[in-house]
Design a protein. Sequence first.
Length: 626
Amino acid sequence: MPVHPPGNAGLFGTVRTPPRAVLFDAGLTLIHADGDVLLEELARDGLGGGLSARTAVTALVLAAEARHLPLPVTPDGTEKVVRTCALHLGLDPQSAAPALRRALERDDLYRVLDPEARDTLRALRAQGTTVAVISNSAGTVRDDLARYGLLEHTDAVFDSTHVGIEKPDPAIFRQALDQLGLDGRDCWYVGDGLVNDVLGAVGAGFALGILYDPFGTGGHLPAVPRITRLTELLGWAGPGTGGQHNSATRSVDALAVLWDQEARASKPLWEFTVPLARAVLAGLREAADQAGLRAGLEHALTGFSITPADPDTRAAAADQVARVLAAAGPTPVLDTALKEFTSTAAAQLVRGEEWDPAHEAAEPEPAPPPRPRSLEGRWDLTVVVDFRALPPDVARLRNVRAVLRALADQTLDRDAYRVIVVEQDAEQRHRAVVEDWADAYVHAANAGPYNRSWAHNVGAVQVTGRSRALCFLDADILPPRDLLERIAGTVSETAPAVLGYDRVVCLDAGSTQTALSDRFSDSAALRPERLRGFRLHPTFGGCVAVTDALFHRISGFDENFEGWGDEDNDFYHRATAHGHGRLTGTLHHLHHGRPDMARPPVDVARRERVPATVIGSPHRYTETTP
């Protein structure tokens, strides 16, 4: 439910419903800041230990209004924000200012798409409402909206750099109204800032200025129209129970984490998310009890729990939940659980509009392997891919072959990079199948538990001193065509460690086939609207690149990690302590069967490290001690 309904807008607008247009801010509204960026920069200066990413973003939201205050320390707006943010984090402004300033200057600070942005914009336009964006930006807002799939759901974009006017100046709002041919009395504006957005829009004649407050920082503004979820606008701006049905769909998708095996792609992240999903379930049951519809809810959810990927059982469950919400009245327990799930769940369902479980993707056409490049001389980037594919699991072999084929189809000049494939197995089981697609094949003999750290090191030491940078790529991560070019252009002396994505989606079996068909089609591009899987966050492995110098400086991957888990986290955090960057975009993890996963002993990282001079020995598991 809205925190403050539009009918009581008062000083902040008078309402004609429904509006002809809803205009939005971009940063901290449609696209949020990533708290990890703030924490990373603070950590570089030895600050911020114990702070969470959510706390960091909340502090930034609170501090954003400081640029409008007459603070005596500085007239500079950005400096006011930096110092105020530090105070909200409990840090000394003088000490924390450089790190926070660096974070605000990073191109990848705003990289978290609001989970309801796309659905809200799409739904508003579907009911005939004009949708536009007005943003104080450095000229990049249109590209940002396109990157996150929002541009196609907007009718116009007004970037302060191109317009030449910044919010809260009424002129930028009025120019938008003029170009759209609208009367401000028929329009609403939604943003995170009281001054820039709410007061700015109302001052320009908008019917309503709405404060978007997903972090709950606006409780001291009881007279301000305020929402905590973007989909609340659908209940304000249109007829029917659109807001309720959206909450129903979100609730059912949260429950998919409990019952869909695909959600368990990362056991630790799944285990973290399960209590959040169970809280949603408890909220639904409480609402059903209020409405007297508990039996109907349980019946619908039982069917969904048996076949959570089936569109019909999902739709039936969502319809029943919508009936419950329509009859129950206020549902504060469910609202809180959904908000918590959306903001903190580490595994969340991602389902494209055109996803069809009955779709049978065409098998990719075969292609000839590339001409192998020599490992003599020097080049820019080396990609290390390691794998083990034991029968009868054919998916692992399919995946590594697809990854190698995609690495041969890159926008980066083929002479600028090399591909090394490491097969860790008791025998050279698949050498004949994969060798032609790599510049070098290495057999790492090991019949015991898989040691991914060791396999990475085995590949890396093959090219010591000859490759400027190294990229360690999961044998199940399907690389887009521009991945290596972007990595090579980002890894540098100032950013010697780079994570190759900001989102990972683990695809289900059917979507994996669709993704492979799309990747090896003429367009060579995946179509996310046809895919279904679970987005995992945070993840620090799968695709990480470092300079060769940094790799050896930190003694590579820690070979104490055997079995599954945490070796990538350990490496990432040791590497990024020396400076780092991060690419934006989604990488897709191909489906395969999964063994029972157990995390390594908690003391593994404290064991004696393998000396840097002997990391990556291919004989680690075959040498005998006299």
